[in-house]
Design a binder for this molecule. Sequence first.
Ligand code: F6R
Length: 366
Amino acid sequence: GRGNYRHFMEKELHEHPVVIGDVLSRMIDPSSRSVALWDLPFDLATLPRATISACGSAFYAGLVGRVWLETIARLPTDADVASEFRYRAPPLPSEGLGLLVSQSGETADTLAALRYMQDEGQHVLSVVNVPESSMARESDAVLETLAGPEIGVASTKAFTAQLTVLACFALAAGRARGTLDAAREAVLTQALMEVPGQAAEILSEETTAAIARVAERIAEARDVLYLGRGSCFPVALEGALKLKEISYIHAEGYAAGEMKHGPIALIDKHVPVVAIAPSGPLFEKTASNLQEAAARGGQVVVFSDAAGAEKLCGIAAETVVLPTCDPFVAPILHTIAVQMLAYKVALLKGTDVDQPRNLAKSVTVE
Ligand code: F6R
């Protein structure tokens, strides 16, 4: 049951810390601060390329995974939605890695992408939440998210579990490929081990109250833009998708640098711009995009850490301060915040949060 929570989605949002902690306890050795290397039926060191395919939120998790695999493991990586990927007939390098991401393990297009990858001679690895699913059965190797059953139709805890698994996988790949030294691995595993506690801070009354205040502004809007860069660009996509799904407000996620190539035309005082803007190497770039949005009257809503929030206080209409963290784990923490925002907006709208109209939990027809 959903216990004292109003919706399964709320309950599942509050499971983030435990679910992420469970993944970490299976994948990280805390004493050596290194990832546990599993017995995989292929060699991470010699992979020529990885190809990621998935649908919906799972695809966005894959997009974050791509950034991590490229930056940490220097592994060339492609990612595409499964419904496009399977019909593009993309040529794949022999002995490459095919990586599927799915909560249910039954999504028709993702399963078809898996079979295509197999036909193309890829080693197939899937990140799935249901261990007995079709994808798990048909893959050469499985990294289980084990987030427990997800009842809310909109994915929450399964998504952050996918991110956590992909983060550990990228570290393992970096180690195997010699692009991640032990000292850096210790820093990044330490950053991951702090995530459950930081996730709990985001779910605290203080931070959820700040998010609920932002929700009042968003609930009034007809259109909302979400902006992010790097590993937080997919978080902008996730925030926008979740808002669409459960509050029925039109939202778009954009790479912050793309704003001036078109969507800036939409911005006026009625359009909130939600910025996923953690401190880090890309912060200043995002900040200048936000300045442009504010200059056109956009209501800028900033999600950042204390240092970032301070720098943006001149232009932000609202700010939600999240825990300070290594930029590596920022997409995980920011995801929790934008999912919570969508939930709070849906509450104000009075929609059917757990069973949004027209949506099915598992899409087994293409
Ligand atoms: C979004 C959502 C969907 C799923 C997508 C893939 O909140 O739940 O976009 O992520 O249908 O489903 P799985 O992960 O089961 O393949």
